[in-house]
Design a protein around this ligand. Structure first.
Ligand SMILES: [Zn+2]
Length: 249
């Protein structure tokens, strides 16, 4: 057994209009959803999966969100930034061996600003879409040794990335094999328990691919992996997931 550990870091909240999360929902009802990043500790390395929001999301959210701001309003304290959350664990940016993002959206890629020069990995298709100029989050990624991934990738013993496109072109999810069992970090392939169904996928660039990705994740969950969703307002509490500083082993 590899001794791999997972720390789930809360990195702020977003006041989301339900219509931004669930296609077809009428606008007007809001929910406060969490944002998470994930620190994976292996005997050889520290890997960060997702990075939360940029400081700019707090300082000038309109510059990042534009016309989406009323539907997705960040609720951020300076201590929510990934830099502060890691520091509370005694981890400084130079200690991170690899920064991986699930996809290029502001609440997953924005905190990459804290890791200038650290090795960085993203799916090739996602990078190509991000650098098309459409997504301002791409501008926040610092110049760094960049690895472009082509689908499913084993990062380390017990640490695997799987391609889950649909939400965005090159979205990926994370599997961490803990001694207590494998964890499936869905990121935005599945926002909440409600969206963990092919008929109820969340906002997606390509809904058909998103449904296929949800099917793939459901099959893995049926095989015994515990899914952790990206923006579920109640899952951590109702299922007793320990958040940072606690580690899952
Ligand atoms: Zn998200």
């Amino acid at each position: 057994m590899h001794s791999v550990a997972l720390t789930i870091l809360p990195v702020g909240q977003i006041d989301a209009d339900l219509s931004a999360l669930t296609p077809g929902t009428p606008p007007g009802s809001h929910v406060l959803v969490p944002v998470y990043a994930y620190l994976v500790t292996t005997p050889q390395s520290l890997i960060l999966f997702d990075t939360g929001c940029s400081d700019l999301c707090r300082e000038s959210p309109a510059a990042i969100l534009g016309e989406d701001l009323p539907r997705l309003t960040p609720h951020l304290h300076p201590n929510d930034h990934i830099r502060a959350q890691l520091l509370a664990l005694g981890v400084t940016p130079d200690m991170i061996d690899l920064v991986v993002i699930s996809h290029g959206h502001f609440d997953h890629a924005g905190g990459a600003e804290a890791f200038p020069g650290r090795p960085f990995a993203v799916q090739r298709e996602e990078w190509e879409a991000m650098t098309d100029g459409a997504d301002p989050a791409a501008n926040l990624i610092p110049a760094a040794p960049l690895t472009l991934l082509n689908g499913d990738t084993d990062l380390a013993p017990g640490v695997h990335l799987i391609a889950t496109p649909g939400h965005t072109a090159g979205h990926q999810s994370l599997i961490v094999d803990l001694a207590s069992g494998p964890i499936l970090v869905t990121s935005d392939a599945v926002y909440t328990a409600h969206h963990f169904h092919p008929d109820r996928v969340g906002a997606s660039q390509d809904p058909q691919k998103a449904r296929e990705s949800v099917q793939r994740l459901r099959a893995l969950a049926a095989d015994g992996m515990r899914p952790f969703f990206s923006h579920d307002p109640v899952q951590a509490a109702t299922e007793n997931w320990p958040l940072a500083p606690f580690r899952l082993n």
